[in-house]
Ligand binder design. Structure first.
Ligand SMILES: [Zn+2]
Length: 474
């Protein structure tokens, strides 16, 4: 039975571009910093200060557009979006309405459904307001004013929370590959506004509500689900959905109305008089095409063909650009890609989860990972020792060799020590030996465990089992 209602979602995704300086002045864009220290008269909007466009921003926007299959607008201009809010000291934002830098393009989902983009435009970010409950006052930090943003606008093509998450993950991945944003959602460098409406299949679009600044996949998934349920309930009761902006409260798992939704004409847009039009010529476009890196889809196919890895592993690896960089550089340092992939998918990802950081933030030298893999494969250190090494190397940036010595992880390499412990264990466990020889081979694990205990874990378990088997066969 077809569902009675269909959810329609369109996204406006803001991605902070990772240029060193701001979009219209030379102030630094680094996250954080003492409040109001990355500011100048231009980004503070002081009277008489004039913006100068940072060409690096257009380069990043063009790279993003080419990566997403967009058409690049050859004559692009800025527009002034007028509104007052305390985080915007100029009382207008320089943005693009009429001739955005990229148009069209899109992303194909695994189902084969193509989610169309309407446009990508460039604009400046606003500051941050910090509400202090103790003094019941609000403080303004303008460090973020003028940080360059790309706003990626989709057509209302998404139909479920799952599709929204898949689209966002894919978009994040492509933008990271293109090297235009660091994608750190928890720092707000990638955040989405959700436009949500519901309709009965076959009907025109329903009235939409908007939820702004969503910066976690979990919150996005819940917000789409809860908002579409709220709208369906309203319609079923015979009430109307109001066009409004709502705020999502992640702790209470619900949204509440913030203000009625503005339309473009409410902002009194007009062409920005302080900036000339930007002409993107053939030469510039050709340079951008040359700078275009291998994108997720091509990388997936190459890994699959070249590295003989399971498809599922390849998909997880290729979703995060930082992981593919680590894999490729570790392989350059002599590790086999298969080993590198196994370590990354198990231990490296576990460390990221434990530390609640993105793989890009993990300061792991590929050389160190390659050395750890070599030590484990060579039987010098066992697998759990390798894990301990990984954490040790990460914590103190120590060299792997020094860490092996410091942690005492070197396995008892000499066969005499192994042989002696095996002889002792066999003498102490005559029943187990008899059982093994009677065909109950499972007791080998028990005997090996006893040997490992005597050697205080400092032995290669594979070698211990091998020697045990030889001894028991005599
Ligand atoms: Zn500035």
């Amino acid at each position: 039975m077809p569902a009675e209602f269909e959810t329609v979602i369109g996204l406006e995704v803001h991605a902070e571009m990772n240029t060193a300086s701001k979009i219209f002045c030379g102030c630094e864009t680094a996250f954080g910093g003492e409040p109001n220290t990355h500011c100048c008269p231009v980004c503070m909007g002081l009277p008489g200060a004039l913006p100068v466009f940072n060409g690096g921003v257009a380069e990043k926007a063009i790279l993003a557009g080419l990566s997403l299959g967009c058409e690049i607008t050859r004559e692009t201009v800025f527009d002034r979006k007028n509104y007052f809010y305390p985080d915007l000291p100029k009382a207008y934002q320089i943005s693009q309405l009429y001739h955005p830098i990229c148009q069209g393009g899109g992303i194909e989902l695994a189902s084969g459904r193509f989610i169309r983009l309407r446009e990508i435009h460039m604009e400046e970010d606003a500051g941050k307001l910090i509400h202090d409950p103790w003094t019941e006052s609000t403080l303004a930090d303008y460090n973020r004013c003028g940080v360059p943003l790309m706003e990626i606008v989709t057509q209302p093509d998404l139909r479920s929370p799952e599709e929204v998450i898949e689209f966002m993950q894919s978009l994040k991945s492509i933008l990271e590959y293109a090297g235009v944003t660091d994608g750190k959602m928890h720092e707000g460098s990638l955040r989405a506004d959700l436009n949500i409406s519901v309709r009965r299949p076959g009907e025109g679009f329903g009235t939409r509500t908007e939820m702004k600044n969503m910066n976690s996949f979990k919150a996005i998934q819940r917000a789409v689900t809860v908002e579409s349920e709220r709208q369906i309930a309203l319609i079923k009761r015979g009430e109307r959905v109001l066009q409004e902006t709502r705020r999502w409260d992640d702790n209470r798992d619900l949204s509440y109305p913030m203000r009625s939704k503005e339309n473009a004409q409410d902002y009194r847009y007009f062409p920005e008089p302080d900036l000339p039009a930007l002409h993107i010529d053939e030469g510039w476009l050709n340079e951008a095409c040359k700078a275009l890196p291998e994108l997720p889809k091509a990388k997936r196919e190459r890994y699959f063909a070249q590295f003989v890895l399971p498809r599922h592993d390849v998909e997880i690896l290729c979703q995060t650009h930082a992981l593919t960089v680590l894999l490729e550089r570790t392989a350059e340092q002599g590790a086999s890609p298969k080993d590198a992939a196994n370590w990354i998918l198990s231990d490296v990802l576990r460390l990221c989860r434990e530390r609640e950081i993105e793989p890009a933030e993990l300061q792991l030298a590929p050389k160190a990972l390659a050395e750890i893999i070599a030590a484990v494969n060579g039987g010098r250190v066992n697998r759990s020792g390798g894990r301990a090494l990984l954490e040790h190397v990460l914590a103190g940036e120590k060299a792997v060799e020094a860490a092996i010595a410091e942690l005492g992880l070197e396995l008892a390499g000499d066969e005499n020590a192994l042989g002696a412990s095996i002889a002792e264990v066999l003498a102490e466990n005559p029943d187990a030996v008899a059982n093994y020889r009677a065909g109950k081979v499972k007791v080998l694990g028990f005997l090996a465990g006893q040997c490992m205990q005597k050697l205080k874990g400092r032995a290669d378990p594979r070698r211990v089992s091998e020697l045990l088997r030889e001894e028991l066969a005599k």
